[in-house]
Design a binder for this molecule. Structure first.
Ligand SMILES: Nc1ncnc2c1ncn2[C@@H]1O[C@H](COP(=O)(O)OP(=O)(O)O)[C@@H](O)[C@H]1O
Ligand SMILES: [Mg+2]
Length: 257
């Protein structure tokens, strides 16, 4: 099989050959990553099931702990699969966006802010929102909601208790749509910035997992932006905080009178 592939590639120009090899490497790394990410919670669930099989009469407290852990790890697997399905949908050209005209972004952000407050809970972050209700946008409402929500959830997850998260929506002097989330969180060191939107790339694997991250959030953000001809800018200072800015082209923005 490999020989045949090599034979066919042999006739192609060097640049194309290198590109195909690179794509093949990306694909194979991706399959390895997905398998690893799903195997981790599955191994934990299997471990607990073995305990249950071997311990015929566990007490109520032990049972409770085991079921809670198994449930949490099954949720983790479901989250990974859900994000993978969304990503594959976003990457596929056969699935055009469900485009809608004049989406009131300010309304979407109000709801997400409420969810964010719930997620923050005991951590008591200060969450502020300044959204211009007169700036509307054409695009896919579901995809945009997912983009906003991923960035806001990250800001909460990577900001210590009582930190400040500020969300902004409006337009710039060129008429472009600007969505921005700033936090006073742990920040990202410069060397990691070019890679954070890669699938499964995390600065700190343990921290991401502990906070229920799938490592796919920023990859989803990147693809939603691609489908809306938008751009992502990240500014971050370790231990000070991060600002994620999404810029949408002016031809998607409607200025309501
Ligand atoms: N607001 C933020 N502050 C600090 N680090 C962040 C922030 N957002 C993302 N990151 C870093 O980028 C990584 C990738 O983010 P993401 O794709 O959303 O995955 P995760 O599921 O880990 O949140 C995170 O694991 C984290 O290391
Ligand atoms: Mg995330």
């Amino acid at each position: 099989m490999k020989k045949q592939n090599e034979l066919r590639l042999g006739k192609l120009p060097r640049l194309v050959k290198d590109y195909i090899k690179h794509l093949e490497q990306v694909r194979s790394d991706f399959v390895a990553n997905v398998s690893h990410e799903l195997r981790t919670p599955l191994t934990v669930i299997q471990g607990y099931l073995e305990t249950l099989i071997n311990n015929k009469h566990p007490d109520k407290k032990t049972l409770n702990k085991i079921f809670t852990q198994m449930y949490q790890h099954s949720i983790r697997m479901a989250d990974i699969i859900e994000d993978l399905l969304l990503l594959s949908h976003l990457e596929s050209e056969d699935h055009p966006s469900d485009e809608k005209k004049g989406i009131v972004i300010a309304d979407i952000l109000k709801t997400i802010k409420l969810d964010a407050k719930n997620l923050s809970g005991e951590k008591k972050h200060r969450i502020s929102l300044r959204a211009n209700a007169y700036v509307l946008m054409n695009g896919s409402e579901n995809e945009l909601r997912s983009l906003f929500s991923n960035l806001i959830v990250n800001a909460i997850k990577y900001t210590p208790d009582q930190g400040h998260i500020h969300i902004e929506w409006g337009s710039d002097p060129h008429g472009r749509g600007i969505f921005r989330v700033s936090d006073t969180g742990i920040g990202i060191a410069k060397e990691h910035l070019p890679r954070v939107t890669e699938r499964f790339y995390r600065v700190d694997k343990a921290r991401s997992r502990e906070r229920g991250g799938t490592g796919l959030g920023l990859a989803i953000v990147k693809h939603v932006l691609l489908r809306h001809a938008g751009q992502l800018e990240i500014e971050s200072v370790p231990d000070k905080g991060s600002t994620f800015t999404c810029i949408f082209p002016a031809d998607r923005i409607i200025h309501k009178q």
